[in-house]
Design a protein around this ligand. Structure first.
Ligand SMILES: Nc1ncnc2c1ncn2[C@@H]1O[C@H](COP(=O)(O)OP(=O)(O)OP(=O)(O)O)[C@@H](O)[C@H]1O
Length: 254
């Protein structure tokens, strides 16, 4: 039930492993730090990472008269989380489902979860444009969805797939909030020199060519992957990564 959700934001990527779940989690935690009520929905049914990233791996979802009650983080009761990871009896089991079953599950996440009053619902999606994405788009048609943030890495392979995500958004009528380039150079913690491990700037050039906003670059920062439930803006305050999330959320809220 999304009746009392003010803003819905999808996080998309063409390729897997570009940092979509990490960025979704940090966007949710940054909003939380700024005082908003936030929901984080993980619709990556075959590879749910959100329970791990928030250290909620052993949590269960409960049924109530109002529907499924999401898992709330220990940090604050203001972050509601839903993932298939909470519903599996054996967490090591692979989800081997064909399209209709996936479609039904995603639909249930959108209609049967009692999200309550939320300022923002962040939806972390699997890579690409598959059943999960189509179901979300169809079910959000009549709801106020703000749009999608697309995540890429600077490599040409990832950039090429972003073009497909942009086409997908245009075809399904979803607004593109903007593009994030992740793993954009490695800043040496000792001398602060930036090494462009994968090249740099491809995301920004593509955003400019496709006439979509470029939201910023997040460098490779191993500490970001180790935050597990902690907000980068607080734990790594003053770092380039913290400044990145701070700026993204300030712009988003505006
Ligand atoms: N900026 C970064 N600096 C260092 N490591 C990062 C950064 N962003 C993501 N990572 C790491 O890269 C790996 C992949 O990230 P993540 O799981 O968020 O990607 P994903 O796009 O959601 O992947 P998938 O689509 O396969 O679920 C993780 O180990 C994560 O910690």
């Amino acid at each position: 039930m999304l009746d009392n959700v003010k803003h819905i934001i999808l996080i998309l990527s063409g390729k897997g492993g570009v940092g979509k779940s990490t960025i979704s989690t940090q966007i949710a935690l940054t909003l939380l730090e700024k005082g908003y009520k936030v929901g984080l929905l993980d619709i990556d049914l075959c590879g749910p990472s959100i329970p791990y990233l928030l250290q909620l791996e052993n949590c269960d979802v409960h049924q109530s008269d109002n529907g499924w009650i999401p898992v709330y983080t220990n940090v604050s009761q203001n972050l509601a989380v839903m993932s298939i990871g909470f519903l599996l009896n054996n967490r090591n089991n692979a989800v081997v489902w064909r399209g209709p079953k996936k479609t039904a599950m995603v639909k249930q996440f959108l209609t049967d979860v009692h999200w309550g009053d939320l300022d923002y619902l962040i939806i972390d999606t699997p890579p690409g444009t598959s059943d999960e994405h189509i179901t979300v788009m169809e079910n959000l048609k009549n709801v106020k969805c703000d749009g999608a943030i697309i995540v890429t890495t600077p490599q040409q392979m990832s950039i090429e797939d972003v073009r497909k995500e942009i086409t997908f958004c245009k075809k399904t009528g979803i607004n593109i909030i903007g593009l994030i380039e992740n793993m954009s150079g490695f800043v040496c913690p000792h001398c602060t020199e930036c090494t462009n491990v994968f090249s740099k700037g491809g995301g920004e050039s593509l955003a400019s060519l496709a006439h979509i906003p470029f939201l910023g670059s997040l460098p490779i920062d191993p500490r970001v992957g180790e935050l597990l439930g902690k907000a980068c803006v607080k734990e790594l305050s003053g770092s380039t990564s913290a400044q990145f999330f701070d700026k993204i959320i300030d712009n988003l809220v505006k």
